[in-house]
Design a binder for this molecule. Sequence first.
Ligand code: B16
Ligand code: MG
Length: 214
Amino acid sequence: MKFDKKAVIFDLDGVICFTDKFHYQAWKALADRLGIYFDEKINNRLRGVSRMASLEIILERSDKEYSQEEKEAFAEEKNNLYRDLLKNMSPSDLTDEVKDTLIELRRRGYKLSIGSSSKNTKFILGQIGLGDFFDAIADGTDITRSKPDPEVFLVAAKKLGMDPADCAVVEDAKAGIEAAKAGGMTALALFGDAKDCGLEDYDLASFGDLLTIL
Ligand code: B16
Ligand code: MG
């Protein structure tokens, strides 16, 4: 199958790089401190979802009620732990497969953007050596509604000057596939959660598989 598209919008966490393991470690430390059960399965529900919405999912397992102020302090505590882990990232955390595929897509004339729910997007891209690479970046600082709302991808398309129908989205999360479809874009699923949801247009065998379909 071939897709006739002009632009590709990439999710960041779990697609361009594997910051998902750091999100897990930071949320796990917070959940343990609060005595709340948390595991990898619950963590999968946090993919693509905003920081505060992620916290609400974790607190489903708590029998205590927390005030808005306490919740904001928890979210900040998690983010500080997460950013400490991000500080150790470097260009070696970008795989050759992702790097070479991005360069080849650009050579083929595609416009390339990030569409991430994360407010740490620009910091992460700088850490892995992609600070200046993308034609546009839409992230958690640009939006009021996180995935599965299409807002972040529509902002990315607008920043690229593209019609949503001309954009393909690469996602690892069910919430991200739902967002891409709601935005009228082609949804390409990479990895389990996105592939299992049944809403995607295509299952990528690997990141490099983009070069066979675009
Ligand atoms: P932050 P993506 C998402 O990134 C993560 O998958 C999700 O786990 C996280 O809660 C969200 O960003 C917000 O991140 O706390 O750094 O603002 O998958 O949309 O690139
Ligand atoms: Mg993701």
